[in-house]
Design a protein around this ligand. Structure first.
Ligand SMILES: [Fe+2]
Ligand SMILES: [Fe+2]
Length: 156
Protein backbone atom coordinates (compact mmCIF):
# COMPACT_ATOMS: atom_id res chain seq x y z
CA UNK A 1 0.00 0.00 0.00
CA UNK A 2 1.44 3.31 -1.10
CA UNK A 3 -0.81 5.58 0.91
CA UNK A 4 0.50 4.58 4.33
CA UNK A 5 1.83 6.75 7.13
CA UNK A 6 4.97 7.99 5.38
CA UNK A 7 2.93 9.00 2.34
CA UNK A 8 0.42 10.88 4.45
CA UNK A 9 3.21 12.62 6.35
CA UNK A 10 4.83 13.86 3.12
CA UNK A 11 1.48 15.12 1.84
CA UNK A 12 0.90 16.93 5.12
CA UNK A 13 4.28 18.67 4.78
CA UNK A 14 3.39 19.88 1.30
CA UNK A 15 -0.02 21.00 2.49
CA UNK A 16 1.57 23.02 5.30
CA UNK A 17 4.00 24.66 2.86
CA UNK A 18 1.19 25.53 0.44
CA UNK A 19 -1.23 27.16 2.85
CA UNK A 20 -0.64 30.63 1.40
CA UNK A 21 -0.03 29.46 -2.17
CA UNK A 22 -2.20 31.21 -4.79
CA UNK A 23 -1.33 28.76 -7.58
CA UNK A 24 -2.37 25.10 -7.94
CA UNK A 25 -1.76 23.07 -4.83
CA UNK A 26 -0.48 19.51 -4.83
CA UNK A 27 -2.83 17.61 -2.56
CA UNK A 28 -4.96 14.56 -3.25
CA UNK A 29 -7.29 16.43 -5.63
CA UNK A 30 -4.40 17.14 -7.96
CA UNK A 31 -2.84 13.71 -7.61
CA UNK A 32 -6.07 11.82 -8.32
CA UNK A 33 -6.88 14.18 -11.19
CA UNK A 34 -3.52 13.40 -12.78
CA UNK A 35 -4.02 9.66 -12.21
CA UNK A 36 -7.45 9.58 -13.85
CA UNK A 37 -6.47 11.73 -16.80
CA UNK A 38 -3.20 9.90 -17.45
CA UNK A 39 -4.99 6.55 -17.32
CA UNK A 40 -7.76 7.73 -19.66
CA UNK A 41 -5.16 9.13 -22.06
CA UNK A 42 -3.33 5.81 -22.15
CA UNK A 43 -6.54 3.82 -22.60
CA UNK A 44 -7.53 6.06 -25.52
CA UNK A 45 -4.19 5.30 -27.10
CA UNK A 46 -4.59 1.64 -26.19
CA UNK A 47 -1.16 1.79 -24.59
CA UNK A 48 -0.53 -0.98 -22.17
CA UNK A 49 -4.09 -2.23 -22.20
CA UNK A 50 -2.82 -5.78 -22.36
CA UNK A 51 -0.76 -5.40 -19.22
CA UNK A 52 -2.82 -6.27 -16.19
CA UNK A 53 -0.63 -4.19 -13.89
CA UNK A 54 -0.81 -1.08 -16.05
CA UNK A 55 -3.53 0.69 -14.09
CA UNK A 56 -1.58 0.18 -10.88
CA UNK A 57 1.57 1.62 -12.48
CA UNK A 58 -0.21 4.71 -13.76
CA UNK A 59 -1.97 5.39 -10.47
CA UNK A 60 1.20 4.80 -8.46
CA UNK A 61 3.18 7.19 -10.66
CA UNK A 62 0.49 9.86 -10.45
CA UNK A 63 -0.07 9.55 -6.70
CA UNK A 64 3.67 9.82 -6.08
CA UNK A 65 4.81 12.34 -8.71
CA UNK A 66 4.66 15.41 -6.43
CA UNK A 67 5.55 13.67 -3.18
CA UNK A 68 8.68 15.78 -2.75
CA UNK A 69 7.05 19.12 -3.40
CA UNK A 70 7.71 20.17 0.19
CA UNK A 71 11.42 19.40 -0.30
CA UNK A 72 11.57 21.89 -3.16
CA UNK A 73 9.95 24.57 -1.00
CA UNK A 74 12.47 23.93 1.79
CA UNK A 75 15.72 23.31 -0.10
CA UNK A 76 15.19 24.31 -3.73
CA UNK A 77 15.83 20.77 -4.97
CA UNK A 78 13.81 19.91 -8.06
CA UNK A 79 10.69 18.20 -6.74
CA UNK A 80 10.62 15.61 -9.53
CA UNK A 81 13.97 14.26 -8.31
CA UNK A 82 12.99 14.52 -4.64
CA UNK A 83 9.67 12.79 -5.33
CA UNK A 84 11.39 9.87 -7.05
CA UNK A 85 13.78 9.47 -4.12
CA UNK A 86 10.99 9.49 -1.54
CA UNK A 87 8.78 7.25 -3.67
CA UNK A 88 11.26 4.40 -4.12
CA UNK A 89 10.95 2.75 -0.69
CA UNK A 90 7.16 3.16 -0.80
CA UNK A 91 6.99 1.33 -4.14
CA UNK A 92 9.23 -1.47 -2.94
CA UNK A 93 7.21 -1.81 0.24
CA UNK A 94 4.00 -1.89 -1.83
CA UNK A 95 5.34 -4.93 -3.69
CA UNK A 96 6.07 -3.58 -7.16
CA UNK A 97 8.63 -5.54 -9.19
CA UNK A 98 12.07 -4.03 -9.82
CA UNK A 99 11.32 -3.15 -13.46
CA UNK A 100 7.99 -1.60 -12.46
CA UNK A 101 9.66 0.49 -9.77
CA UNK A 102 12.19 1.76 -12.32
CA UNK A 103 9.47 2.61 -14.86
CA UNK A 104 7.47 4.53 -12.26
CA UNK A 105 10.53 6.38 -10.92
CA UNK A 106 11.60 7.33 -14.46
CA UNK A 107 8.14 8.72 -15.14
CA UNK A 108 8.21 10.73 -11.91
CA UNK A 109 11.68 12.13 -12.68
CA UNK A 110 10.60 13.12 -16.18
CA UNK A 111 7.19 14.57 -15.44
CA UNK A 112 8.50 18.12 -15.76
CA UNK A 113 10.89 17.68 -18.63
CA UNK A 114 10.77 15.46 -21.68
CA UNK A 115 13.99 13.77 -22.71
CA UNK A 116 14.80 11.71 -25.78
CA UNK A 117 14.16 8.63 -23.67
CA UNK A 118 10.84 9.77 -22.23
CA UNK A 119 8.54 6.77 -21.84
CA UNK A 120 4.85 6.64 -22.70
CA UNK A 121 4.09 6.61 -18.99
CA UNK A 122 6.20 9.72 -18.38
CA UNK A 123 4.56 11.51 -21.30
CA UNK A 124 1.08 10.63 -20.02
CA UNK A 125 2.01 11.91 -16.58
CA UNK A 126 3.36 15.19 -17.96
CA UNK A 127 0.29 15.81 -20.12
CA UNK A 128 -2.12 14.91 -17.34
CA UNK A 129 -0.19 17.19 -14.98
CA UNK A 130 -1.19 20.14 -17.19
CA UNK A 131 -4.69 18.94 -18.05
CA UNK A 132 -5.56 18.40 -14.38
CA UNK A 133 -5.29 22.15 -13.71
CA UNK A 134 -8.34 24.36 -13.70
CA UNK A 135 -6.70 27.29 -15.49
CA UNK A 136 -10.07 28.39 -16.82
CA UNK A 137 -11.24 29.43 -13.36
CA UNK A 138 -7.91 30.44 -11.86
CA UNK A 139 -7.47 33.99 -10.63
CA UNK A 140 -3.66 33.60 -10.55
CA UNK A 141 -3.49 32.85 -14.27
CA UNK A 142 -1.74 36.13 -15.12
CA UNK A 143 1.39 35.38 -13.12
CA UNK A 144 1.50 31.57 -13.27
CA UNK A 145 4.58 30.18 -15.00
CA UNK A 146 2.69 26.99 -15.88
CA UNK A 147 -0.07 28.83 -17.71
CA UNK A 148 -0.13 28.80 -21.50
CA UNK A 149 -3.06 30.17 -23.53
CA UNK A 150 -3.68 26.82 -25.20
CA UNK A 151 -4.62 25.43 -21.79
CA UNK A 152 -7.89 27.35 -22.17
CA UNK A 153 -8.68 25.47 -25.37
CA UNK A 154 -9.64 22.41 -23.38
CA UNK A 155 -13.33 23.06 -22.92
CA UNK A 156 -14.44 20.08 -20.93
FE1 LIG B 1 5.16 18.23 -10.30
FE1 LIG C 1 1.73 17.62 -10.51
Amino acid sequence: MIRGRAYQAYLARTQAEEQERIYCKHGMDHLLGVARIAYAYLLEREEGSSKTQFKELVYAAALLHDLGRWVEYKTGEDHAQASARLAKPLLIEAGFQVDEVEAILDAIREHRQETEHTSVLARALALADDWARDCWNCSAQGTCHKFRPEMLNITY
